[in-house]
Design a protein around this ligand. Structure first.
Ligand code: FAD
Length: 278
């Protein structure tokens, strides 16, 4: 666990504990998804929660620096040039097994660009994976009458976890936008929940795909519980499509998980500007 502190706006606060895990396995779930299982005693540094969308911030430090985690991030941020600074990438913990001290993370492998996806595509047992967390905010509300899911590949892990938490008699609809017809959903949906796969070529290439399906589709009666996450422009369109439908008493969890053409660092910093707001 890191002992360092970090200074924000003149205040000093303890650095977030870092869990240093060892990669135990890599499995290809589909042409564009790789599952990494990692674990070890470092698991104890993660504060688990009961949310189905629980996520961790994975920390990547330039391997050329030859450092061993946990990292003194505050010191690195002060001393390194901008192009060598540590970066974080946010990933859903598809499974977190406290007894076995293991996490399972499903990475969309979206090409050679980026840091996390190429890392996952080539990770080998024995590699280290450093993260802090867990965050999270959603789990299906058992008092709602029906459930609506909308998302792309990046949201499939969180949607799969939510489906597992639904009662067997739950009803609803899941709109899932993917490139591959064979994309995975590794949790059975309750029989009353219809799964609608929406195909497009490249992630982010059809930002209206989910919203158009939502508008054309039915809106069931009773209190709705909506979980919608994925590419930022797509989520903007989904929010607009839901505006006239989501009413008082309904639950809404909606955010961008990534933005087309932006690294996560740029995407996160734009959230504070009009372009990044959903
Ligand atoms: C709460 C939360 C949970 C998330 N859970 C998951 C998860 O479980 N699995 C998962 O795969 N992602 C998940 N994401 C999204 C993930 O954090 C981003 O996709 C991240 O940008 C990937 O980092 P990178 O280093 O691979 O690419 P970056 O360096 O951030 O980006 C490089 C380039 O790749 C593009 N890119 C980034 N992500 C994608 C993508 N999914 N498809 C196509 N192009 C992309 C960018 O637009 C950019 O042009 C989650 C995000 C959040 C906020």
């Amino acid at each position: 666990m890191s002992e360092s502190t970090t200074s924000v706006a003149g205040r000093t606060r303890p650095a977030r504990p870092q869990a240093v895990l060892t990669v135990l396995g890599r499995e290809r779930l589909s042409p564009h998804t790789v599952r990494i299982t990692a674990g070890g005693p470092g698991f104890g540094a993660l504060r688990m929660n009961e949310f189905t969308d629980k996520y961790a911030k994975i920390i990547f430090v330039d391997p050329g620096l030859g450092l061993t985690p946990p990292y003194d991030l505050a010191a690195l941020r002060e001393s390194l040039p901008p192009d060598r600074l540590p970066v974080t990438r946010t990933y859903t913990l598809r499974r977190a097994d406290t007894e076995r001290q293991q996490v399972t993370i499903d990475f969309v492998v979206h090409g050679d660009e980026g840091i996390a996806a190429p890392w996952a595509a080539h990770a080998e047992p024995g590699d280290l994976l450093t993260m802090s967390g867990a965050g999270g905010a959603y789990r299906p509300d058992p008092d709602c009458d029906w459930y609506l899911f909308a998302g792309d590949e990046s949201a499939l892990p969180a949607i799969s976890s939510a489906l597992e938490a639904l009662p067997a008699d739950a009803r609803g609809i899941a709109y899932l936008e993917t490139s591959d017809p064979g994309e995975y959903l590794d949790a059975p949906a309750p029989s009353g929940l219809e799964v609608s796969w929406l195909h497009r070529d490249h992630p982010g290439s059809q930002p209206r795909r989910l919203a158009d399906a939502l508008v054309a589709g039915p809106w069931l009666s009773g209190r709705a519980d909506v979980f919608a996450h994925g590419e930022r422009e797509s989520m903007k369109a989904v929010r607009a499509a839901l505006k006239t439908r989501v009413g008082q008493g309904d639950q809404l969890s909606l955010s961008g998980y990534w933005a087309s053409g932006r690294t996560e660092d740029v995407f996160q910093s734009e959230k504070r500007q009009p372009i990044g707001q959903i």
